[in-house]
Every structure is written in C-alpha cells, then in structure tokens.
Design a binder for this molecule. Structure first.
Ligand code: UTP
Length: 271
C-alpha cells in the first residue's frame, strides 16, 4: 500500500515572476483556493496518510500557512463566522498529515527528493510535482492501482507536441502491457527534438521505489547543472528496475508558467 507522498516545493518559480518575487507559487489561488490544496485533496482522496513537503527558508510562508493557529483562534472567537471555522478545520486536517524538510539551495528535483530519505518508511512512495494539476480524474489514485497490479514504479505520462519535447522528461517505450500501461526502456530529461526518443512525456506524478535514494546519493548534476530525478530513474532502469508509464485519464493543467497558470484558473472555474 502507498501511504506516504512527497511534494517538492523548494524551486524558485521564476516562470511566474513577478507573482513569485515575494510569494510562493503553490499558495497562489486558483479559483479561490491555493494550488497546493488541490494537490493535498488529490493525496487524501488517493488514501495517502502522510505528506512530506520539501520547502526552503525562502518559502517558509508555506509552513506558516498551515501553522497560523493563534490568528485563526482569535478571529473565530471574535467573529463566530462558520465559513472561517470550516476553513480552519480544513487547514488543521492538512497540518496533521504534513511534515516539512528543507532544501535551501535549489539544486534540482533529485536533490529535493533526497532530502526526504529519512522519512520514507515503505518500499514505495508517491511523488507529486505541484505545478502539474490534473483535473476530472484522480491521477495519483490511478497510479496506485497500477502499482498494486504490477508491483513496480509508475510515472504518469501523456503525448505532447513534438516541437515541445525539450520542455519535458521524454521516455522510450519497451513494451505495451495493456491499453494504458507501457514498460519504459529509457527516460531523458528535456531532450532536443533530434535526440527525443518519442513524444511521450512524464507528468508530475510518480510512484518511486526507495532504491531511488541510493541512486540520488551518487547522482551527478545533469542538464542545466541540476540534479534531476529523471537521471536517477534512468539509472534504476539500467539496473532492470521495472518502470511503467501510465497514460492517465483526466486533463492536465500546467500551473508553473504564466500562460498555463492563467489558463488553469479559467479551466478550473468551469468545473
Ligand atoms: P521546476 O524546475 O519545474 O520549477 O520544478 P521551479 O524551479 O519551481 O520554477 P521555475 O522553473 O524557476 O519557474 C518542479 C518542482 O520541483 C520543485 C519546484 O518547487 C517545483 O514544484 N523543485 C525544483 C525543488 O523543490 N527543488 C529544486 O531544486 C528544483
């Protein structure tokens, strides 16, 4: 059973400047609700019991958002507004399940994941990248089902336009397992159009084996000088670790770029 999830939140969010110059992008509202709450709701609905947030000192406001008890208590006493009470209870529910670890230098997603090593108890865990919202279908829940069936690592995948491959982690298929699941033979971080083995991209939902930590400990910086989770996944695949690409149902929304963030707000407002 997958009971733990990790969420890297220590990136700089430069693509959303100026919104992110003093504000954490994961707290930006999408139709009146911070983006990170959509991600937490997806985890809860998928049966996750504990979530590890990787933040940085610069993003301390994310922790403050969940630890503002005195403020809420005072306001609730004074105003007796049932809406505020309900919101506070929801935040308390989230707070109970979140642990915080720090990555003070944004050295890459792989380095962020490594910070959670001591917290992961089971052999497999879920990772969600909060810039990637998937609506209308719980992607994490589907990945967990695939994991339970094949007892392997799983990544969410979708086809992207060929000319955009250099923005994604792109993988090569080895074998079709069934209608929605494929065995992966290679995964490459942000390849050039010429070097891309396909137009199948990895989206920010993964079920990873604890073995990834041993790879990350030895992982050298890759593209752009960052330590990428993709490179350690490739290293595990080279050791015959089974990785499945799952073509998820539901609609993908990119909340990490300015255009994407604006579009996501409009899409979610329609739900
Ligand atoms: P991205 O590289 O896509 O986003 O990281 P970013 O760095 O936050 O923003 P840009 O590219 O400057 O606009 C994907 C996810 O991994 C986290 C980010 O917070 C984001 O959720 N991340 C990235 C870390 O936690 N640590 C890192 O060193 C890098």
């Amino acid at each position: 059973m997958i009971k733990q999830a990790i969420i890297p939140l220590a990136g700089l969010g430069t693509r959303l400047l100026p919104l992110t110059s003093v504000f954490a992008k994961e707290l930006l509202p999408i139709n009146g609700k911070p983006g990170i709450e959509y991600i937490l709701d997806e985890c809860i609905d998928a049966g996750i019991k504990e979530v590890v947030f990787i933040i940085s000192k610069k993003k301390q406001m994310i922790k403050n958002y969940f630890y503002n008890d005195n403020f809420y208590k005072k306001i609730i006493k004074k105003k007796k507004d049932p809406r505020i009470l309900k919101e506070y209870q929801k935040i308390l529910k989230y707070k109970k399940m979140i642990k915080f670890v720090y990555q003070n230098k944004p050295l890459g997603t792989g380095d962020a994941v490594l910070k959670t090593r001591k917290y992961i108890k089971d052999n497999f865990f879920l990772m969600l990248l909060p810039d990637d919202l998937i609506i209308r279908h719980n992607c994490s829940k589907s990945l967990i089902k695939v994991h339970n069936r094949y007892k392997s690592s799983v990544m969410a995948s979708m086809s992207v336009k060929k000319k955009t491959v250099s923005r994604w982690g792109i993988f090569k298929l080895k074998k079709k397992l069934d209608k929605k699941n494929f065995l992966v033979s290679d995964v490459i971080e942000k390849p050039s159009l010429k070097n891309a083995p396909s137009n199948k991209a990895v989206i920010g939902r993964y079920i990873l084996s604890k073995k990834i930590f041993l790879k990350l400990l030895k992982q050298k910086p890759g593209k752009g000088g960052e330590i990428h989770i993709t490179d350690s996944i490739q290293s595990l695949i080279n050791d015959e670790e089974k990785f499945i690409a799952h073509n998820f149902s539901g609609k993908y929304l990119d909340c990490g770029s300015m255009n994407g963030y604006i579009k996501s707000t409009l899409e979610i407002a329609k739900l």
